[in-house]
Write a protein that binds this ligand. Structure first.
Ligand SMILES: Nc1ncnc2c1ncn2[C@@H]1O[C@H](COP(=O)(O)OP(=O)(O)OP(=O)(O)O)[C@@H](O)[C@H]1O
Ligand SMILES: [Mg+2]
Length: 306
């Protein structure tokens, strides 16, 4: 199948570079020994299952958003961008396939901690708070409601799961055991600082970043570097400010730019006449769901950068 930058790309098929790994969304290719070409496909994963149908434009929108944030946050923490042109490392015939959806990055040693920061009570955090008045072991004040802003952003790390598995919430102490006290504290402090800076910028665009997840890696000289995607709707929960106050007052989930729309559809979808059990194969996404999802991603980027 031929691909151009205008058609949806479910799976990249570069032959000019060796494939390192396919993640749920990105295909990573080795560029020599020290760089990676990360190609953001249009794949959508929900409940950690990859959907069969691509979302047109998604990979490009995610890439644009990550680049926007790397640019804004460079003063807080170094990032993995090399500044080199992704199209310079593939054959001319394959340039169209990766155009606009790729980052040429420094190859890092990934740290197996997902650095989650939450500024608001949402999703699984809200469920946990109701049961224990804490989130991932972090105690919180009484009386918070669904979608409430936390007094201070909290760091609730997770262990990066193997392919097909779900990430597992872990305590800060566990990250200390895994990677040592200095690195664990540095990742926590940087993550909170990056979240705060980003949340402030997003608010000026009428967007709340309820929570987000960062990934870090180590450069050969030991420098801690922000990697992967940053602050995309796939890694973060964005709420438009205008729906927030009303949702908060009603105790409802604010409308969001993340995958909630498609998740809601999947919750009622059937496979072979039975409710989908959230294992592959996934239900076939109807065209209307694909389009609505694509529109959400577009809207998020336009708001942020427009
Ligand atoms: N600079 C980097 N150096 C090395 N690995 C990186 C770098 N940036 C991102 N990665 C890794 O590339 C992958 C990105 O692909 P993607 O986000 O699709 O994967 P995922 O589904 O989230 O995770 P998994 O690899 O577990 O399937 C992640 O595994 C991420 O940790
Ligand atoms: Mg990822």
């Amino acid at each position: 199948m031929t691909q151009s930058s205008t058609s949806a790309l479910h799976t990249s098929t570069l032959t000019s570079l060796p494939l390192l790994a396919r993640g749920k969304v990105r295909d990573n290719y080795a560029v020599g020994t020290d760089r990676i070409l990360m190609v953001a496909s249009d794949r959508l994963s929900a409940f950690d299952v990859i959907m069969g149908e691509p979302i047109p434009g998604k990979g490009e929108l995610l890439t644009k958003m990550a680049l926007f944030w790397f640019d804004k946050l460079g003063h807080i923490c170094p990032n993995h961008l090399t500044g080199d042109d992704p199209e310079s490392v593939v054959s001319p015939a394959e340039a169209a396939q990766i155009r606009g959806r790729s980052m040429l990055v420094q190859r890092l040693q990934p740290i197996p901690v997902e650095a989650v920061v939450r500024g608001y009570l949402a999703g699984s955090g809200w469920k946990e708070y109701q049961a224990s008045q804490s989130v991932c072991g972090v105690p919180l004040p009484a009386g918070l409601t669904n979608a409430a802003k936390l007094p201070e952003p909290i760091y609730t790390p997770a262990a990066k799961a193997a392919a097909g598995e779900h990430d597992e919430n872990i305590s800060f102490e566990r990250t200390v055991e895994m990677i040592g006290p200095e690195l664990a504290a540095k990742i926590r402090d940087l993550s909170i600082a990056i979240y705060k800076a980003a949340a402030e910028i997003a608010l000026t665009k009428g967007m709340i970043i309820a929570d987000t997840k960062f990934e870090f890696g180590l450069a050969p000289d030991g420098t801690l570097v922000l990697m992967d995607e940053v602050l995309t709707p796939d890694s973060s929960r964005y709420w438009p400010v205008e729906g927030y106050a009303e949702a908060l007052a009603k105790g409802e989930n604010p409308p969001s730019y993340d995958k909630q729309f498609v998740r809601d559809w999947l919750e009622q979808a059937q496979v072979n006449g039975k409710p989908w059990d959230k294992t592959p194969p996934s239900p076939r996404l109807p065209q209307a769901v694909i389009e609505k999802t694509a529109a959400k991603y577009r809207e998020a980027l336009e708001r942020l950068t427009g």
